[in-house]
Design a protein. Structure first.
Length: 570
């Protein structure tokens, strides 16, 4: 089973919801493995108006099959009982404003005689569609709507042309309704924070689906921002009379009975009003919230458990001032001056790349190649990322994380010095944009995935407190001269609480090594990737599980001797 290509079902806007998907002339239902995309094909036979034809099609014989129609579906077709009449298909809509897309599939199943021809036009609700179909033997012709159609009822007619000796045919049909989403879903950080509060306290409120969207199903006790362009953000959180008990903790904790409020609330960057009235909570909240959410202060307005949170407006001046938080960097040993950076980069001669943080330059320190990332003076967010990255990389060390060699912290001249990665980032190779871009084999891809998984597994389980990277993408995966992958760009990373215990997982490769089709391996990796993207955090695998699963994927495409080495290395 494989995922649908993004360019198969194209719409002007919105998403598509299936209304009908029918194998015409069939008396059975089909899905995977007959359909590699696991589309569910219903059957439809109406003997009063249709004649049917069922022909056995050899494997891999269908041509021009761009929508990957199963051969079992295309092996049946219908024609009108009256050969001179149009072939008709109808459906109705509950709402006249609903919009639909139609996909019709045709394939000639018999070799026509020299004196036989088959051609017909497509007409929908009386409107000719500028589509004359001339089906070819075992070749799939597709008609699809160029734009959405709407109305209360729909009638498709396939009308034979004047020079056609045979009636029209139709093998299969798909009908989709456009699903419009006028507002985007809740911001991911807000969603994670509010669902963590929900699961920690076991709240029984009517909290289902997306917290802020659609607005008519807004979660009880929440207010959100809506501007039509950006993700909605939570501005009000009313947890009054929710049966909350315990002492408000100073940090996130997974222990039963402890409250995660302060640190979780720091993720709700737009939160202005918090109501905790009529609960059995003890301990101060505001000091921790101020400490963990810079630029916010609290003001008691009704009773102690009720606060209004007000944000200080940022200064209009974009120059970066000396920050008290800089003191942690000034005691580090690997600090370079701006003059040093000028010499290292030969006056910033060679640009390696650019990003939101700033520009990356090529440099040399004691005959060793390095990459120097300079913070743009106008990037206020970049300064926060600069601090976060230095704090983290000065203390974490792993073969699959880029090494920080040093940094510069002089007024507005701030830069980070990394080890040089000769093969650039993964995105450049996937897109063919790298000057030394090469074909990345499936084995290469698995090795890169394992390298990344090892780096993340170390951040999650090998470092205390655990670190969440939060910006994993192909441009942040760097490749050295041996094509070993290392994670970079930790400016958005966050520390998380460590939890006691955990499952003990085996790292050994199970089963007898032997030949396995690389596609058993590809699908396993795809399933793993899909699990990592689950909207529900509890359903996502841990990085330890990801490492194990990816190693098993790699083991299926390597010889036995290589598998033994892999197991020994862990």
């Amino acid at each position: 089973m494989i995922a649908l290509n993004n360019d198969m079902y194209i719409t002007e806007y919105g998403s598509l919801a299936k209304i009908e998907r029918e194998d015409l002339g069939s008396t059975e239902e089909y899905r995977y493995p007959d359909d590699v995309y696991d589309r569910f094909w219903d059957w439809d036979v109406d003997e009063d108006v249709w004649n049917t034809l069922d022909v056995s099609i050899p494997d891999d014989s269908l041509k021009n099959n761009n929508y990957k129609l199963p051969k079992i579906v295309m092996s049946t077709l219908v024609t009108p009982v009256n050969a001179s009449s149009p072939l008709s298909y109808s459906w109705t809509s509950r709402n006249a404003s609903d919009k639909y897309y139609v996909y019709l599939y045709f394939a000639e199943l018999q070799q026509l005689a020299k004196n036989e021809t088959r051609s017909f036009n497509v007409i929908i609700n009386g409107q000719p569609q500028n589509a004359t179909i001339v089906p070819q033997y075992l070749s799939v012709d597709t008609y699809s709507s160029k734009s959405a159609i709407s109305g209360e009822s729909f009638k498709i007619l396939l009308v034979r042309t004047d020079d056609s000796t045979l009636p029209p045919i139709l093998n299969a049909i798909e009908i989709y309704k456009v699903k419009e989403f006028p507002l985007p879903e809740t911001d991911r950080e807000d969603y994670d924070a509010i669902t963590r509060i929900q699961s920690t306290y076991g709240l029984t409120k009517n909290w289902q689906g997306d917290p802020c969207s659609p607005i008519e199903f807004l979660w009880d006790g929440l207010n959100c921002t809506y501007d039509g362009y950006n993700f909605p953000r939570i501005t009000t959180l009313n947890l009054s009379s929710s049966g909350l008990t315990g002492t408000i903790a100073h940090s996130i904790s997974d222990q039963v009975g402890e409250v995660v409020m302060p640190m979780v609330l720091s993720q709700l960057e737009f939160l202005k009003t918090l109501n905790l009235e009529n609960n059995n909570l003890t301990g101060p909240l505001c000091p921790e919230l101020i400490e963990n959410q810079k630029g916010v202060y609290c003001q008691s307005v009704v009773t102690a458990p009720f606060w209004v949170l007000k944000r200080r407006k940022p200064k209009p001046d974009t120059t970066i001032e000396k920050n008290p938080g800089d003191t942690f960097m000034e005691i580090q040993k690997r600090q370079y001056s701006y003059f040093d950076l000028i010499k290292i980069t030969n006056n910033f001669e060679r640009v390696l790349g650019k990003g939101g943080f700033g520009t990356v330059y090529y440099g040399i320190i004691d005959d060793k190649q390095v990459a120097v990332k300079m913070l743009s003076p106008s990037s206020a967010q970049g300064y926060q990322e600069f601090q976060a990255e230095v704090k983290l990389l000065m203390t974490v060390h792993h073969r699959n994380l880029t090494s920080l060699i040093g940094y510069c912290n002089e007024e507005t001249n701030k830069g980070l010095i990394y080890e040089y990665m000769a093969n650039g980032n993964l995105q450049e190779h996937l897109s063919g944009m790298h000057s030394k871009a090469r074909l990345i084999t499936w084995e290469d891809r698995l090795r890169i995935s394992i390298d990344v998984a090892h780096g993340l597994e170390y951040l999650h389980n090998g470092y205390k407190p655990p670190i969440i990277h939060r910006d994993i993408k192909s441009t942040n995966i760097l490749l050295n001269e041996c094509f070993q992958a290392k994670l970079s760009d930790f400016g958005l990373s966050k520390t998380m609480p460590s939890s006691e215990g955990g499952n003990q997982l085996s790292s050994l490769v199970g089963g007898t090594p032997g030949y396995v089709n690389p596609k058993s391996s590809v699908w396993k990796a795809v399933e793993l990737a899909m699990a990592c993207l689950s909207l529900y955090p509890k359903r996502r695998p841990t990085m330890s599980e990801v490492v194990i699963e990816l190693n098993e994927c790699l083991a299926t495409v390597l010889p036995r001797t290589t598998i033994v080495v892999l197991v020994q290395q862990g």
